[in-house]
Design a protein around this ligand. Sequence first.
Ligand code: HEC
Ligand code: HEC
Length: 246
Amino acid sequence: MASGETNKTKHLTGIILAALIGIPLFFYLATKLFTSGAIIDTASPAMTQEAIAARLQPVGQIKVMEGGAPGSRSGKAVYEAVCFSCHATGAANSPKFSDASVWGARLAKGYDTLVKSALNGLNAMPARGGAPDLTDDEIKRAVAYMGNAVGAKFQEPAVAAAAAIDPNVKGKEIYQAVCMACHATGVANAPKFGDKTAWAPRLKDGVENTLAKAIKGLNAMPPKGGYTGPDEEFKAAALYIINNAK
Ligand code: HEC
Ligand code: HEC
């Protein structure tokens, strides 16, 4: 009995001691780490306001692109969102939009070379106009839009509607961002992803019917599942779910 008590007391003393030393030590080391510059060295030249601003710039310059799903935006939409910032006025000696006198020599290089310049950048022209999210086809369309404004007859790549809303790409992305919240686990009795038994009765009147109901909303399922993009994109997400429940 007595030795048991002693052991308990020893054990307890050990814990208290460890806490007394350990907790302050932890805070001391944590403070040291955060203030010593081990993580952020505020004195480094890389951390001056200018250096930070310069690094943020390419991101800050990107405007939120409207006019369609990524990959499907028109040359005009891309031009107006991105290229416009320099080419409208000829900033940084960029060839000015619709000014045939400055484009002549450039058009002579041919569409492919111009596209290459726009993709990779050229002197003060940043790669993809500084908007890395633009797809190659979107850049090609913007180059065609700019070239055709000064008389070229560039054939821009068509918007591959099917590719832009491929259920396995776009649909999956929307599913993960929006639909998964309910359909992964079956929240509010949502038919679960991959659950054939739950989906079969919903598909018996045809997929188009199911899609139409889901677009309108159905009991606890909000219209388009709360997705705010175009119907075609919602359908891609629904097809992604449906194709995985067959
Ligand atoms: C930050 C300013 C800036 C932005 C934004 C910009 N450009 Fe440019 N662009 C330039 C400059 C400067 C040149 C001239 C480069 C040179 O010849 O030295 C140029 C040249 C070009 C050329 C001619 C290339 C050649 O080979 O002669 C094309 C085509 C072009 N830009 C397309 C675009 C497209 C498309 C976008 C939008 C996606 C865009 N630019 C956005 C500055 C810009
Ligand atoms: C807030 C939860 C919730 C979200 C988010 C949600 N759903 Fe649903 N969904 C439901 C529920 C609940 C049902 C079953 C409705 C019923 O039959 O009462 C359902 C049913 C469906 C159906 C079957 C409709 C029918 O005719 O039986 C489809 C298709 C569907 N959802 C697609 C989607 C897609 C695509 C998304 C994402 C863009 C999405 N849902 C997001 C809750 C949700």
